[in-house]
Design a protein. Structure first.
Lengths: 353, 219
């Protein structure tokens, strides 16, 4: 639709999921993503969908597993401690080659941590989280509009590559309100010949399973799955570059940290420092190429994170440790200010002259 | 322009702008030369709070009553005991920022008898017709009824705070006048004033447009 509405990030995910054809939501309330569940509770019964508050996060992710096996678009959402609980189920979904959307509106950790925003589930989201060799497609929105757009994209990519996708947001993105334009068109749904839809005695039955009794067969499925991951890395890596062409200092940041960093980069330019920003939109696959490209001409990188420096490893790997990478971070629910980021940019610029 | 009652309550669908308007309303009462206190009664949303405006309120000499754990990491829906003072000390004005939807209004229930007994109050329904679940007068009416049933205080006015955040243009606000008046017709509760952020308020053509100083902002 061309008409805009004013939405919270959490609501935007919910409405975008509905418009992407998702009619099954299973979850358990937790701050700061509860509006997503509340929105689903209000809307799903009116459109013939299913909203179910499960008895726990573990139950919810296993319901997602079940519905996904039938080929329907399905999702769950939670915040950090709840997403930890879901990890076993996520591994099973990945191991069964099923698409699904998992939303993590991160809060401070570890443990019960706090209810304020954080990005400290980066390792969990990008390096596994659950057991076994698998990946999730991990998308990191930096505006309420992207909360909606990337939700639609996550469903598409999950279906296309038969793997779970995760929307990795944070408390601020979930709670902030901005104008949003939502898609009016019908979602394009692909055929899922593997789905458990009943054979009508007309075809061989499908099996959805992550257990392999023969080791060689398990090895083969793992290798085949990683062929698909390779295709995802080649085709689906997304990022935004801002003023990087002539930058001496390149800031790398996603989500709320990228919004703060953009302000700092603009201010740095005003002060005569050539700064730029690479904002990963997918953190798996990580945008290695543009970062490696920037390393050819820039002097230093600054990783801005709401964690103790989890993304900094991926930056170092992308550039083969060829440039210094410093960390500008706040944790515990705090957000670095544009002034703090600017200070880090100045330090990085000065240290290499 | 506005006639202030001793107690003013702001209720509405969550994310409609209650907290922002409550803080500005306390400013206006103060500017009219009266003593005023503002209370954060939001037990639903731990993120955007009256307490975010603590410094601005203190600067103007407006006392803030806010839950002990507001803006901390404790997600505990507890109300402060100082709230009772608002209803017992009647020499000062009181502005109450109530939590969103009927869930937020339940917290008001225990004070409803005190408010109704004193009978010097305004209870405002804050409406933003750009919110996805209250796009029409009918949808807003549904929320209004749920809040009234939960809080136990009948509405006395509608505040039209329709906006699209930073992108709001004067004509966006004007485009909602019809829906606001339809809501007034359906509910029997009059539209008392319209709000728009300071920078565009003078360009909004309509009656009783009040300029809002915006509180918390993110990057």
């Amino acid at each position: 639709m061309s008409e805009k509405v004013l939405m919270k990030g959490n609501e935007a995910i919910a409405e975008a999921a509905i418009r992407a054809g998702c009619r099954h939501y299973f979850g358990y309330p937790i701050t700061p993503q509860t509006e997503l569940a509340a929105y689903m509770a209000k809307r799903m019964p009116k459109i013939g969908g299913c909203f179910l508050q499960a008895e726990s996060e573990i139950a919810a992710i296993n319901m997602v597993y079940g519905v996904s096996a039938t080929g329907k678009r399905v999702m769950t959402s939670s915040s950090s401690p709840g997403v930890s609980l879901k990890q076993e189920g996520i591994s099973y979904i990945a191991g069964s080659d099923l698409p699904a959307l998992i939303v993590n509106v991160q809060r401070g950790g570890p443990g019960l941590g706090g209810i304020q925003p954080s990005q400290s589930d980066y390792y969990q989201a990008t390096k596994g989280g659950g057991h076994g060799d698998y990946h999730l497609i991990v998308l990191t929105p930096a505006s309420v509009q992207e909360m909606a757009d990337l939700t639609g994209l996550a469903f598409e990519l999950a279906d296309k590559y038969r793997m779970p996708a995760m929307l990795l947001a944070d408390g601020t993105m979930g709670q902030m309100m901005e104008p949003v334009e939502l898609p009016e068109t019908e979602p394009e749904l692909i055929d899922k010949p593997w789905a458990l839809t009943g054979t009508d005695m007309k075809r061989k039955h499908n099996i959805v399973n992550s257990l392999y009794l023969v080791p060689e067969e398990l090895e083969r499925t793992n290798i085949e799955r990683f062929e698909r991951y390779k295709a995802v890395e080649e085709n689906e890596t997304r990022w935004e570059s801002f003023m990087t062409e002539d930058a001496d200092v390149v800031v790398v940041a996603f989500g709320i940290a990228a919004r703060v960093s953009k302000n700092a980069v603009v201010e740095a330019r005003k002060q005569g420092i050539k700064a730029g920003l690479i904002r990963p939109v997918t953190v798996w696959p990580f945008p290695k190429k543009p970062i490696a490209e920037a390393a050819k001409t820039c002097k230093a990188f600054v990783s801005v994170e709401l964690s103790m420096g989890q993304m900094i490893d991926d930056i170092n790997l992308a550039i083969g440790c060829s440039r210094p990478v410093s960390l500008c971070n706040r944790v515990g629910g705090m957000i670095p200010s544009p002034e703090e980021v600017l200070e880090s940019i100045k330090k990085a610029a000065g240290g290499n002259e | 322009m506005l006639k202030f009652k001793r107690v003013t309550l702001f209720c509405g669908h969550y994310g409609s702008g209650k907290t922002n308007i409550a803080v500005n309303y306390a400013f206006w009462i103060k500017e009219s030369g009266r003593g005023v206190r503002i209370a954060d009664m939001d037990i639903v949303n731990p993120y955007f709070r009256t307490k975010d405006s603590e410094a601005e309120l203190a600067e103007k000499g407006i006392d803030l009553i806010s839950p002990q754990y507001a803006n901390s990491n404790v997600d505990l829906p507890a109300l402060p005991q100082e709230l009772y003072g608002l209803f017992q000390q009647r020499d000062r004005f009181a502005v109450l920022d109530i939590g969103g939807d009927d869930r937020g209004a339940y917290a008001l229930g225990r004070f409803a008898p005190l408010i109704l007994e004193e009978d010097d109050y305004d209870c405002f329904y804050v409406a933003n017709f750009f919110r996805p679940l209250t796009r029409t007068a009918e949808e807003a009416l549904e929320v209004m009824k749920e809040i009234e049933a939960a809080g136990g205080v009948p509405f006395t006015g509608i505040v039209n705070n329709s906006n699209l955040g930073e992108e709001t243009a004067p004509e966006n606000v004007e485009s909602t006048f019809g829906e606001a008046h339809r809501l007034a017709g359906l509910s029997g509760v009059p539209v008392r004033f319209t709000t728009a952020r300071e920078s565009i308020a003078p360009q909004v053509r309509g009656e009783n447009v009040m300029p809002l100083i915006l509180q918390k902002k993110y990057y």
